[in-house]
Design a protein around this ligand. Structure first.
Ligand code: SF4
Length: 486
């Protein structure tokens, strides 16, 4: 299946958003709102599981957007209960771009001590090995999702309680996982020992909420309590509140630095910092590292906007909305024919000619992946009469794939894996091209001393090629790790 939109094919995509709540009236309504706020983390499908004392576990899993599936009274009435979890997804490793309904989370399992549902953001890097072993020992998989391994590992555990079984299962799993899970009465949240993907705890009335990002707390009026710590598991019930423990061997955290650059919403708070302010700081760093004489600073909307504002503030060059995004560019409109798809970014972005004509323009974007979109944007800006086009990129060159829950093209398709910065500049046909340095990015996210080379403070593998968790399945499949010479 081709990508739903040509523009989407040239961005890294977060694969999932998760949400759960307990001790609230009509949990499903809060979950639908929370998932709606997390829709940027996955637009292909979504699911909700709730539990009610009368009806037991209830679930609805659908292809498409939350607003199209979880707003009708008919569907929401089938999801009663004061506890529940939900998930929005792009796709998992097993079915990139071809989501099947059987792969839509949350997954549900029936155990001797009762049922449990689980939803996962991240990617299990030894899922192929685990799956093979589990199938050899009799497990019957229902989906192609790596996350289903967790349910099967739980089924094989001898733990007395669901949280015990989940702990045991997660100790066998490698990679990145932020998880929300539920039993009849308990909401469970867990982050992997490196805390690669985000998970926050909130409070609403007498109830508790877990969500990928704080913007999902805001939409239901919940207050942020704190982030779930890397390696922490919380078990939350309406009567006992939050019980926390740390089942894994402690490790130095390696949160995904790209969440700051692009994935998270700018109105979310990450690590106590506003994502918007961090992106503005990235723009300021970029202006210091890569100044250029020009007339206008324009963002590539929407994700380049805060960095462009930061660049403008630091450089003193006026900020302008030189490219306007069509907010109503639906996905369905462009799907029918190849010719419409080939119209490319013009369907989604339009140049503000009156501003651009005769100007030397600095375009600020969050990243360059394949470079296909950058070329089209450069063409549009020059067609509109710009004198010069300078690209400034708010992340270092993306030269390595992510194996921790972000959809990335193969290395061969990543422009920065195959070209130097000068070659990329020539390939994109712009007057200059500069990326923020890795140290500059670290400074912008609050590490004043830059990147600690011996022990990096974040996961930055897609820039550095230094993977904090060895991607075992990918190595088995022939992936070449970075060599000492690279
Ligand atoms: S490889 Fe990149 S996108 Fe993936 S978790 Fe690490 S920093 Fe984030």
């Amino acid at each position: 299946m081709p990508p739903a939109h040509p523009f989407d094919d040239d961005k890294l995509r977060e694969e999932c958003g998760i949400f759960g709540c307990v001790g609230v009236v009509d949990a499903a309504n809060f979950i639908a709102l929370g998932l709606h706020a997390l829709q940027h983390r996955g637009q292909e499908a979504g699911g909700i599981v709730t539990h009610d004392t009368e009806t037991g576990f209830n679930q609805a899993r659908r292809m498409g957007l939350v607003r199209d599936n979880f707003t009708s009274q008919k569907v929401m009435e089938t999801l009663p209960g004061a506890i529940g979890i939900g998930h929005v997804r792009y796709s998992t490793a097993g079915s990139k771009g071809q989501t099947a309904i059987r792969d839509v989370q949350p997954f549900f399992g029936e155990f001797s001590m009762g049922g449990a549902a689980i939803a996962h953001n991240g990617n299990i890097t030894n899922a192929v090995q685990l799956r093979r072993e589990l199938i050899e020992r009799g497990s019957i998989f229902q989906s192609s999702s790596d996350s289903e391994c967790i349910i099967h590992l739980m089924a094989r555990s001898m733990g007395r309680t669901i949280p015990d079984r989940m702990e045991e299962a997660l100790r066998k799993v490698e990679g990145a996982f932020s998880i929300v899970a539920m039993t009849r009465s308990k909401l469970i949240g867990c982050r992997d020992p490196l805390g690669v993907r985000p998970l926050v705890l909130g409070k609403v009335g007498d109830g508790f909420v877990l969500a990928s990002e704080t913007c999902a707390l805001d939409i239901i009026g919940a207050e942020l309590v704190r982030e779930i710590e890397p390696g922490e598991m919380v078990v939350i019930s309406a009567d006992k509140g939050v019980q926390s423990h740390f089942p894994f061997r402690p490790q130095k955290p390696r949160f995904c630095v790209f969440e700051h650059v692009y994935f998270s919403r700018p109105d979310s708070i990450l690590g106590g910092r506003s994502v918007y302010e961090t992106r503005e700081a990235i723009g300021r760093e970029l202006a210091k590292e890569a100044p250029v004489d020009a007339d206008l600073v324009c963002p590539v909307p929407d994700s380049g906007t805060p960095a462009a504002i930061g660049f403008s503030l630091e450089s003193g060059i006026p900020y302008a909305m030189g490219i306007i995004r069509n907010q109503y560019m639906g996905r369905t409109f462009i799907e029918p024919t190849e010719s419409i798809r080939n119209m490319g970014v013009r369907l989604k972005l339009n140049v503000n000619r009156a501003l651009i004509k005769g100007k030397r323009v600095i375009l600020v974007d969050d990243s360059v992946v394949r470079g296909t979109t950058s070329i089209k944007i450069r063409e549009m800006i020059l067609d509109a009469g710009a004198k010069e086009v300078h690209f400034r990129i708010a992340s270092p060159p993306t030269a390595w794939p992510c194996f921790y829950g972000v959809d990335t093209p193969n290395r061969e398709k990543l422009l920065a894996a195959n070209m130097s910065e000068d070659e990329m500049c020539a390939h994109l046909g712009v007057d200059s091209l500069r990326f923020i340095s890795l140290d500059g990015l670290y400074r912008a996210v609050g590490e004043s001393g830059g990147r600690n080379k011996a022990q990096p403070q974040y996961c930055d593998a897609c820039f550095s090629g230094e993977y904090p968790v060895e991607p075992a399945d990918m190595i088995d499949a022939g992936f070449q790790m970075k060599t000492a010479a690279e």
